[in-house]
Write a protein that binds this ligand. Structure first.
Ligand SMILES: [Zn+2]
Length: 351
């Protein structure tokens, strides 16, 4: 390519290559210029530094991080420097238990994302539904069929239960085929989604918007969440602690008891405690909630019984009793069976 394009390449590929080469050269020159103290704080140099930082962060999030061994470095010394355990360091670099000394100047793996190599096979796209749900970036709205169908069903059910409300906004799911999606650490295998909150006031929003306890539509947000929680579809949900009291109150209004919510909410426990509940605090989740799905069945699909349970959780009447009053069950199958015959008794248990 290089030789062919240098001579008299006029094809589209060559033109593209030339533009790229020009861009790289300019960047290289700027980087050299920025090393001098005189140009260091110029606007172009600051911009370049920010760009490099962003790229480094993305590379670290996506793949593996490496560190160079210094003179007389050992496994323990290097592990301490990069804040990992010696066992992890050995595992990353496939070193035997007996290895202690490291070779000076050699690069070793010091970081690996926990979601390394996670991909999405057989993913489907979450299509927007007019008046119900909106997707911010369609090319980042791919997920496993179970998750996509559940999200759509829950959003439609909420809208049906209380119509004429602003639509729900969805942030990133995964990209087609899965894989790393910066700036997210997860969102790789089609089982993670960023969902906006329902806001009070009826104003349509185009993007994920910051929610406060005052303008959060806690009832509708809880209805949406409970539709996913009842068939045990969620592994965890990151929700800002400041919004949890309002959601908790909404859950109580919907007929839940403190006992049935103990395994679900981090609230009323303090912010720093109890991270094993489904709803838990994580910084940066005041404008969206991050939901992580799990497979309730080995086939990892949304069954008809699950779908029915979700609709019931949202209070959509299907000729049965007022399902909104039903409590969460230990097993969704049992709840579905009971609801077919009579009003479900409150069931306790783990989620
Ligand atoms: Zn997320």
């Amino acid at each position: 390519m290089t030789r062919r394009c240098r001579k008299r390449g006029r094809s589209a590929a060559c033109r593209k290559w030339k533009v790229e080469r020009k861009r790289r050269l300019a960047r290289y020159r700027l980087a050299r210029k920025c090393r001098s103290r005189r140009h260091r704080s110029s606007r172009a140099c600051r911009k370049l530094r920010a760009q490099v930082r962003r790229q480094q962060r993305a590379r670290r999030i996506c793949g593996v991080g490496r560190g160079r061994a210094r003179r007389r470095d050992t496994v323990h010394r290097m592990a301490r420097r990069f804040r990992i355990s010696p066992e992890t360091f050995r595992r990353y670099n496939k070193l035997s238990k007996r290895t202690r000394r490291l070779r000076r100047g050699r690069w070793y793996v010091v970081y690996k994302s926990p979601f390394h190599n996670v991909r999405l096979a057989g993913g489907v796209e979450l299509a927007p539904v007019a008046g119900v749900l909106k997707v911010q970036r369609p090319h980042r709205a791919w997920g496993r069929p179970l998750m996509v169908e559940s999200l759509r069903t829950a959003a439609v059910a909420v809208q049906r239960a209380a119509a004429l409300q602003p639509h729900l906004i969805f942030g990133d799911l995964s990209k087609k085929g899965g894989g790393c999606l910066p700036p997210h650490k997860s969102h790789r295998g089609g089982m993670d989604v960023d969902v906006g909150y329902y806001h009070l006031g009826g104003r349509q929003r185009a993007w994920l918007d910051h929610a406060s306890p005052r303008d959060l539509d806690a009832d509708r947000t809880w209805t949406f969440l409970s539709a996913l929680l009842r068939p045990r579809l969620l592994q965890y949900a990151f929700i800002d602690y400041s919004l949890q009291p309002a959601l908790y109150a909404a859950a109580r209004r919907a007929g839940e008891t403190p006992a049935s919510l103990r395994e679900v909410f981090q609230y009323p426990r303090p912010k720093s405690q109890s991270h094993s509940t489904i709803i838990r605090h994580l910084q940066g989740h005041a404008d969206h909630m991050h939901l992580r799905f799990r497979c309730p069945t080995p086939s990892c699909t949304l069954t008809a019984a699950d779908k029915q349970t979700m609709l019931q959780a949202a209070g959509v009447r299907r000729g049965g009793p007022d399902e909104r009053r039903q409590r969460f069950g230990r097993r969704h199958a049992r709840a579905a069976r009971l609801s077919a015959t009579r009003r479900t008794r409150p069931l306790r248990g783990h989620w």
